[in-house]
Ligand binder design. Structure first.
Ligand SMILES: Nc1nc2c(ncn2[C@@H]2O[C@H](COP(=O)(O)OP(=O)(O)OP(=O)(O)O)[C@@H](O)[C@H]2O)c(=O)[nH]1
Ligand SMILES: [Mg+2]
Length: 1075
């Protein structure tokens, strides 16, 4: 039974200082959902007995079956912390890397985060990602060190070993925080001085050995800090931002909880205990004083003596020795009110749970920490508001004045009636319409039931009277009776059909947070798409001009705003929804009825001056593509509709239709793919589908001619050539310079291809966001761009210049960059070295003056055609029509006849612009082919924790799949190895399953896309030298991996493949004859 009424929660929504919007973040399986269970149980939503087992926030069937969370879901909880009541909106997020986009959608709506770390596994890949995410979104974290029971029962550590282990984990978490801080130094954040940095395990205090600790001393010690805020950056038990917990057994505590207990028992000052319970302090029993230097004097630290030993004793008595008398003694000692019935069960876990939840209740410790340490919506910082609302590319000051004024409402979390409504929707959640509160069967009061009964009786009496009348008229004919029943039946049937249709249908609820104003049911608001811009939006539309009938589907091009009525508002309560009439600023809520207006994210506002929120900071890139087809072709329409719904419901999915007509689904990984297919089959499309083999993208590149051949011999005869292909081409083309003319022969271009230095390609790949901003702001003036963007541009230019210089390229190359490609933001460059042509280039300019030079002006007229040719070439390379990467095309000359564009000349070959485009594209492709061509494969970085016993098997699986092990270190204090490896995406299918089978389920790999790697094999390679013949045989039947990949892509795309299908035709014939 719920301990708090819903009305109470609604009441609390009106006091933003009492609200905490927080999410739980961690690596997969570190216990987030179990932790959430404890908090949910504290509100009576689930019973205490089921807490930890039910995993209430995992509401999907597949989440329960697989035991992993797949979507983030929110619940509103009540907490009382003297003297105040608090409302905690808690979002549980998934830890599996495939669902990291769900984490992004959660983090965006929160002000604080609970970062959970499993104390046995320690800091894992996703823990670092979670901490970084919290840092980047500027939300404050607290730390929960979970699964302490595993240290006791599994690792069987002594309390002292456990303490050392915990300090090490804390060090590692703080090291991650320090790293984040250091990386931000360059970005101009306020970095506190090093001196002031105090770590959780800090022993560098100014207290001399043997100093007696008093309250006065403690104060001195903390005032020594230069900057108080800095200490909040790190996790330190003495600062109250670390909770030690065991979510499964329902207990958890902070240092302060024990300080309270022992200050009474031992008569120490609570503040002193609070500051010394963690760290290098011990009790001198003779002097009855707390002293420093436990480690040096081989004394037990206070934490071990007062905290861990007590917990160890409890586990020892209950779970290990099962000593009932001892248990009773401890319970009495601790003065706990426990019913003897609760100590009876034979399962020690149940007894443990019953005792621990009374002694150290996890929910109280955690909710207290949340309410005390994490900020309320009122504490939004100026910086965060600007970052949320105004894209990085622009200066805040460049926005219209009315937009700038909104910031104040934001900062004050103003929910008054005259405050503009500003809401951000971070994702659309699909729910079954039958689970909506308005469709739930209503619980009737006694009077209502009685009234209904009366009405029914009356209706029946009327019907009977009518029947009697008719029967007497028709002289005993029974047909009316029949008719009536059949009519009734029909009616019921219809109802059933209608009901099943409406019950089955999914509706979308917008997962949102109100930042300003109060949103009320029935009010009309603007829905601003992610690309909405208040600069032109505010002037383009007057309020009346936004057509209220428009939805996403029929929105005119370039318009990103619609109007909609807010039909329903919900409080998200885990698996359930509760109806709300209004939601004031500072709250997380669900909004219904916006299916037709929002695709994935949106900003909702009552004013058109509101800019749309910055895009979500996505961590994972969807990389795994499959083509989907219905089993029966007649189901195509349902599938298309289903894919549309899936696209809306999942923030990390992309659905597209390829030119070949295939319907393609792009997902983050195998687990994610499986969930999407299940959703399509069972929920959105409800049709059987066939799923193609995964389509993995490749990149095409060129490299400097290799110095070694395939048997690691120096290439002597052809120092400048790569493989077979390069040799062939360099013989045909004496120079690498490609000269290409347009079809009308009036324009000639000369260009050459050159591999970009690796660091340059990397820089370009990493700066894709910045380059996209550059692309978008090509026509805007430099003074509109924000300082941070301008600084980033200058940095990028400087870095590129440095890298080019290191590799011996011309220093001026950076200024000669004409375009990036493909899509004008990729990692290939078009470089202008045309004598006398001063082209516009990619960098923002202070002036927008036209080219004064006549020649340049002529060329400028065809500037965009030239660039488009380059874009086409880089979008689909000659190997297998995959995009290029890391190639520079240097244009050495561009000659145009004055009458080149003359209409009469154009005619036979089509418009000149088209001719120029194809000419550039062909020239780029040809020049690419003169070089040593290579494929680039997508790589996963794979981190696995595995027991030493099955390490060999894991290495075997990795080896078979062409994986490369980067390191495999033994984890301190356990028999587990932490293996990091690189694995080609194309070889990764079913990898997780195979690893699980080979290691008897002991290893769970986490695969994250980590970039592209050149495959050092020439796809056209054939043995040429004697050694190569010897090694590979004449036919080189050892499979050429590069060729295999290339041919597979070519086959899939319907391109020509050079392959022998029948090799030994004669032998095969002989065999059949002999039969
Ligand atoms: N021994 C022990 N096991 C725990 C504890 N907390 C959670 N577990 C177990 O750890 C496993 C994973 O727990 P979950 O709560 O599902 O983990 P999660 O972090 O929500 O996992 P994802 O959402 O998939 O990332 C379950 O089998 C839990 O029973 C704990 O304190 N001690
Ligand atoms: Mg979970």
């Amino acid at each position: 039974m719920r301990l708090v009424t819903f009305e109470k929660l609604v009441d609390l929504q009106k006091s933003p200082d009492k609200i905490r919007n927080i999410c739980i973040l961690a690596h997969v399986d570190h216990g987030k959902t179990t932790l959430a269970d404890s908090l949910v149980a504290s509100n009576g939503i689930i019973s205490q007995r089921l807490a930890g087992k039910l995993r209430y926030m995992d509401s999907r069937k597949d989440e329960q079956e697989r035991g992993i969370t797949m979507k983030s879901s929110s619940i509103a909880l009540y907490h009382h912390r003297d003297p105040d009541d608090f409302l905690v909106n808690l979002i549980d997020s998934p830890g599996h890397v495939d669902f990291s986009t769900e984490v992004t959608t959660a983090v965006r709506l929160c002000d604080g985060a609970v970062v959970v770390v499993d104390v046995v596994e320690g800091v894992c890949a996703q823990t670092i990602v979670a901490l970084r995410h919290a840092w980047e979104e500027d939300i404050k974290p607290i730390l929960v060190l979970n699964k302490l029971d595993r240290i006791i029962l599994e690792l069987k550590f002594t309390p002292l070993d456990a303490y050392i282990h915990l300090t090490q984990i804390l060090e590692r978490v703080n090291a991650v925080m320090a790293e984040l801080l250091v990386t931000d130094i360059g970005k101009g954040f306020n970095i506190p001085s090093r001196k002031s940095r105090s770590r959780g395990t800090s022993t560098s205090t100014s207290i001399s050995e043997d100093t007696i600790i008093t309250e006065h001393n403690i104060k001195d010690w903390s005032t020594g800090l230069d900057d108080v805020d800095d200490s909040q950056l790190y996790f330190a038990p003495e600062h109250g931002n670390v909770v030690f917990a065991c979510a499964l057994d329902g207990w958890g505590f902070r240092i302060s909880d024990f300080a309270k207990i022992f200050s009474k028992k031992l008569g120490f000052n609570e503040t002193v205990l609070n500051a010394t319970l963690w760290g290098n302090y011990y009790i001198n029993t003779k002097l009855k004083r707390i002293m420093k230097g436990a480690q040096e004097k081989a004394k037990k630290p206070l934490f071990v003596q007062l905290v861990l030993e007590n917990i160890w004793a409890m586990y020892e008595a209950v779970a290990v020795r099962k000593d009932k008398e001892m248990v009773l003694k401890i319970v009495n000692n601790l003065n706990l009110q426990i019913h003897p019935r609760e100590l009876k069960p034979t399962d020690p876990k149940l007894v443990l749970y019953a005792i621990m939840i009374k002694w150290l209740p996890l929910s109280t410790a955690l909710l207290d920490t949340i309410c005390e340490k994490l900020p309320s919506p009122l504490e939004l910082t100026d910086k965060k508001v600007e970052r949320l609302m105004f894209s990085h590319a622009r200066k805040f000051a460049a926005l219209p004045k009315r937009s700038q004024e909104l910031k104040e409402f934001f900062l004050n979390c103003n929910s008054s009636d005259d405050a503009p409504v500003i809401i951000f929707v971070s994702k659309m959640v699909a729910v079954e319409s039958k689970s909506l509160p308005e469709n739930r069967p209503k619980i009737l009061s006694y009077e209502e039931i009685a009234a209904r009964r009366e009405q029914a009786k009356q209706r029946l009496a009327e019907k009977n009277a009518k029947q009697l009348e008719e029967r007497s008229e028709s002289n005993g004919d029974t047909s009316p009776n029949y008719c009536l029943t059949s009519e009734n039946k029909d009616d019921n049937d219809n109802n059933v059909v209608n009901e099943t249709i409406s019950e089955d249908a999914d509706v979308f609820i917008a997962f949102a947070r109100v930042y300003s104003g109060t949103v009320k049911k029935g009010c009309k608001l603007y829905i601003l798409g992610p690309r909405y811009d208040p600069v032109d939006g505010g002037t383009k539309f007057k309020d009346a001009e936004v057509d209220p009938k428009h939805t996403l589907k029929d929105l005119p091009l370039g318009q990103h705003v619609t109007v909609s009525e807010i039909k329903s508002l919900y409080q998200l309560m885990g698996r359930e929804l509760e109806m709300l009439q209004e939601v004031p600023a500072g709250n997380i809520c669900g909004i219904g009825g916006l299916d037709d207006h929002i695709l994935k994210t949106a900003t909702i506002s009552s004013t058109l001056s509101c800019p749309s929120f910055t895009d979500l900071n996505l961590i994972s890139v969807p990389i795994l593509r499959v083509a989907i087809e219905p089993v029966r072709t007649s189901d195509m329409a349902r599938l298309v509709n289903g894919m549309k719904l899936l696209n809306q419901a999942d923030p990390c999915v992309q659905t597209l239709v390829q030119e070949s007509g295939e319907h393609v689904l792009v997902t983050a990984g195998e687990v994610h793919l499986q969930r999407c297919i299940d959703d399509l089959r069972e929920r959105f499309a409800k049709v059987e589908v066939t799923v193609s083999k995964p389509i993995v993208p490749f990149r095409e590149t060129i490299i400097d001619p290799p110095k070694m051949d395939m048997v690691n011999e120096l290439v002597e005869n052809h120092p400048s050539s790569g493989g077979h292909d390069a040799k062939k081409y360099s013989q045909e083309h004496e120079s690498e310079l490609i000269v290409q003319a347009t079809s009308n022969k009036k324009c000639t271009i000369k260009l050459r291809a050159k591999p970009l230095p690796n660091r340059v390609t990397e820089l370009l790949e990493n700066s894709i966001n910045l380059i996209t901003v550059l692309k978008e702001s090509e026509n805007t003036k430099i003074d509109i761009l924000s300082e941070s963007i301008l600084k980033d541009i200058v940095d990028l230019k400087e870095n590129l210049r440095g890298e080019f210089q290191k590799e011996g390229w011309d220093e001026e190359t950076v200024n000669q960059i004409w375009s990036f490609g493909p899509k004008r933001c990729g990692p290939n460059l078009l470089i202008n070295k045309v004598p006398g042509y001063n082209c516009r280039g990619v960098w923002p300019r202070t002036t927008t003056s036209e080219n004064s030079n006549q020649y340049s002006a002529t060329l400028d007229a065809f500037y965009s055609n030239f660039v488009n040719g380059f874009q086409l070439a880089t979008l689909a390379g000659p190997l297998c029509e995959e995009p290029m990467s890391g190639v520079a095309f240097i244009v050495e000359d561009w000659l145009m006849d004055s009458e080149a564009t003359d209409d009469s000349m154009n005619h036979p070959f089509g418009p000149f612009s088209g001719q120029l485009m194809s000419c550039v594209r062909d020239a780029c492709r040809k020049s690419f082919q003169t070089q040593a061509q290579r494929l680039k494969v997508a790589m996963y970085s794979c981190s696995i924790q595995v027991n030493g016993e099955v390490l060999g098997k894991l290495y075997a699986v990795l080896g078979k799949r062409c994986g490369r092990i980067l390191h495999g270190d033994l984890q301190e204090g356990s028999a587990n190895f932490e293996v990091t490896a690189l694995l080609p995406v194309i070889e990764s299918f079913d990898f997780a399953n195979e690893v699980r089978q080979q290691t008897s389920g002991l290893a769970l790999p986490q695969l994250v896309f980590c970039g592209w790697e050149v495959l050092e094999i020439d796809p056209f390679w054939q043995p040429t030298t004697e050694e190569e013949y010897l090694h590979f045989g004449e036919k080189a039947d050892t499979e050429n991996r590069a060729r295999k990949y290339m041919n597979a892509v070519r086959k899939r795309k319907g391109l020509r493949v050079e392959e022998k299908t029948v090799e030994f035709a004669e032998k095969q014939r002989t065999l059949t004859r002999n039969k």
